[in-house]
Structure formats: C-alpha cells, structure tokens
Design a protein around this ligand. Structure first.
Ligand code: ADP
Ligand code: GN1
Ligand code: MG
Length: 363
C-alpha cells in the first residue's frame, strides 16, 4: 500500500472537512511520524497535521494525549481574544468518536491538529532575533502553564531528563557492547566517562518542579513568517512535570550553534556567545518573573548539562545498535553524539563568561 492509501485509511477517522487530496511527510523528528494532509473544502485548499505516536517509546499514548488535551485547552483559554489567538496554540482535531486520538486495528495511535499557516520552523538558528523569539516563546509556554489546575500531568516518559540515570544507561551499553561498536567509539566513551560528576548538579540544587516542555529544540517553535515572532510552541508529547532548566538547556543546545544537530564537520559546531545572550534575554523576558534565584544561577550551566545528556543518549543508542532514534545513514547516532560533545567543549571554554553575563543581566 502507498503512504497515501495508508493515510487515507486513517484520515477517515477524524473530523476533517472536505475531500482528501493527499499526504506529505513533514518534519525531521526522530521519534514520531508526521504528515501534512491536504484537503479541498468549499472551493479552497485546506491543510492539517496528522501524526502517528511512536508507542514503542511512548508506552501510554492515551495518557500522553490526555496531557496534550489539558495543556492545549489551558493555553487556548488564556490566549483567547489576543490577535491571531488561533495561531498561538495547537488545536486538536477530534476523531469521529469525539476522542482526541484514533487507534487503528494495527495498534497505531494517531492524532491531528489544525495547520498553522504563515509560520515555519528552522533546523538551525540564523540570527540573534530568532534565538530571542524562540526563548521568549518557550518561557511564555512555561508561564501559561504555571497555573495548570491539578491533577499533576502524567509522566509520559518517567525520568526523561534524569541525567544520572541516562549516564547509568550509557555505562550499561558500554559494558554490553551489543552492536560491537565500543572500540571505534572509544574517544567519545572516554569524553563521556570523564564528565560523570556534572550529571547530578541540577538534581542536587533543590529546584522547583514545574510543568515543562522537555523537548525545546529550536525546530519545535513556529516563527511567524512576517514578523519573526515565536508564535506557537509545538511537539507537546513530552510536556510533563520537570525542571524549567531542562527547557532552557535544550535551547542552548539547539539554538546557539550555527550547525545542525548531526553536523559532521565539527569545526562548524560552536557555542556562539551572542546567541546565548539572546536566549537569556528572551527567556527572562517571559519567564524572569517566576524563576527562582537558584534557577537563574544555573542558566549558564544547564546548556552544558543538557547538551552532554543528549550526547550520551545518542552514544548509548549508537552502542545499542540504533534502537531508539531514527537514523538515516551509517554512524548517524555517533555523528550526532560527536556534534553534541563538540558543543559541550565549546560551552566549557566559555562557561565563566556565560555565568557572568547571566549575573549582569539579572542584577
Ligand atoms: P516531530 O518533530 O516529532 O516530527 P513536530 O510536532 O515537531 O513532530 O512536527 C514536525 C514539523 O511539522 C514541525 O517542525 C513543523 O514544521 C510542522 N508542524 C507541526 N505541527 C504543525 C501545525 N500545527 N501547523 C503547522 N505546521 C506544523
Ligand atoms: C527526540 O522526536 P524529536 O525529534 O522531537 C527526543 C528528544 C531529543 C531529540 C534530539 C521522546 O525528539 O528528547 O532531545 O530527539 N524525543 C524523545 O533531537 O526521546
Ligand atoms: Mg519536532
């Protein structure tokens, strides 16, 4: 069966309006499958986003969708009435049975969103203006969710950013060497093992639990084509209780280097100080009012930690034989790991200056 026939069979189960024209693979995510689906409705073209949730990784898709539903409705209620309010939050399209998802006989879970037009994502940051806007949008996202009523959101993946547990998983993968790749990755393994002591710093810092996004890659915020504003935070699968600093750290990982996450030319991977400054200013513009002193004090550190964590996650998957992340070439996870570790090094070289900057902005 072609993709379009497959998708056609799924599309029938959602409350889309119009005639289905076709589907296009969308995005560069490592976990789920994303499609833009095109319709013809009342004489005009109309698009939606349709996504298959990877239930090997998200073990409880119903709980995940309950989170997404609560979070999107809560934000929608707060932005209602603002100019362009329906582009400022994801809007789920219900399935025909009224639920927020549809499960196919093959066990795959699907969900759909309204398509947000005249905005796009970027794989790598191009300007300080973009970095500022992305950080402001992610900070605003945390702010809008700071009064989410009880109950606590589900942990869609428990211990997602528990760096010491990620480190233990790496140690186990090294010991098992399931794919016979440890020898060729010895330099990366050595780099990782030498940095074990940083893994517990945030957990020991007595920081408050908040509702956080947990996957604040630069390509998970839509920037408005006309104004450049960070108009909508997307990719909500990992929204759950966490530390605000996990989100800021992943912004530093993905929006300070001009290179893509899997760049093979490591000379291009570098922490650009002006981008970091723009991230701090953008994030504090929206999140500054609720962050504690201790959180602000760790803004410079968390970029290094989350970049390191992501590096060891890629290395672990490389050693395990590419079981978790989608790969598109041989050694892809090792390339991704190398780029993360190069960025960690670049942050280490500038860490003190970064901390001084945060202090001066927050003075
Ligand atoms: P993943 O990264 O897991 O594949 P995302 O939810 O980030 O999935 O979506 C992939 C891409 O699809 C995004 O980078 C963005 O370009 C686009 N996209 C996602 N949701 C929407 C939406 N509601 N409107 C317009 N584009 C979207
Ligand atoms: C995965 O699906 P995607 O590409 O948005 C991963 C994130 C990583 C990211 C690295 C559920 O996100 O944690 O930071 O890859 N998501 C999950 O690019 O593991
Ligand atoms: Mg994404």
């Amino acid at each position: 069966m072609s993709t379009e026939q497959n998708i056609g069979a799924v599309v029938r189960h959602f409350q889309f309006s119009g005639d289905f024209l076709g589907a296009t693979v969308y995005g560069t995510g490592h976990i789920n499958d994303t499609y833009r689906v095109d319709f013809h409705h009342a004489g005009a073209p109309m698009q939606f986003i349709l996504q298959r949730i990877n239930h090997n990784i998200f073990k409880n898709p119903v709980a995940l969708m309950e989170n997404v539903q609560r979070v999107t409705l809560h934000i929608a209620a707060q932005v209602a009435g603002q100019p362009d309010f329906n582009r400022r939050v994801l809007t789920l399209i219900p399935a025909c049975d009224g639920r927020a998802w549809h499960v196919q006989p093959d066990g795959n879970y699907w969900r759909a969103y309204h398509f947000i037009k005249k905005a796009r994502t970027y794989e790598a940051v191009e300007s300080t203006g973009q970095a500022f806007q992305a950080a402001k949008a992610f900070g605003q996202f945390q702010k809008l969710l700071s009064d989410l009523p009880a109950p606590r959101l589900h942990d869609t993946i428990p211990d997602f950013h528990h760096t010491p547990k990620r480190f233990s998983a790496l140690e186990q993968a090294i010991a098992a060497d399931a794919a016979g790749r440890a020898t060729l990755a010895s330099a990366e393994i050595e780099f990782a093992l030498a940095r074990k002591s940083m893994t517990s710093v945030l957990l020991d810092a007595n920081l408050p639990e908040r509702v956080t996004h947990n996957d604040t890659k630069f390509n998970n915020v839509l920037l408005d084509n006309a104004t450049g504003e960070g108009i909508c935070v997307i990719d909500l699968d990992t929204v759950m209780p966490g530390l605000a600093l996990y989100d800021f750290g992943d912004m530093v990982r993905t929006a300070t280097s001009p290179a893509k996450e899997d760049e093979q030319d490591l000379s291009k991977v570098t922490m650009q100080f002006p981008m970091f400054e723009a991230l701090v200013r953008g994030y504090l513009a929206s999140a500054g009012e609720f962050l504690t002193k201790a959180e602000k004090q760790h803004l410079a550190f968390t970029g290094k930690l989350i970049t390191f964590e992501q590096g060891i996650r890629f290395l672990t998957d490389h050693l395990a034989g590419d079981k978790y992340y989608k790969v598109h070439r041989e050694g892809h996870n090792l390339d991704r790991c190398r780029a993360q570790f190069k960025l960690v090094q670049s942050i280490e070289e500038q860490e003190e200056k970064m901390a001084r900057l945060v202090e001066s902005i927050d003075a």
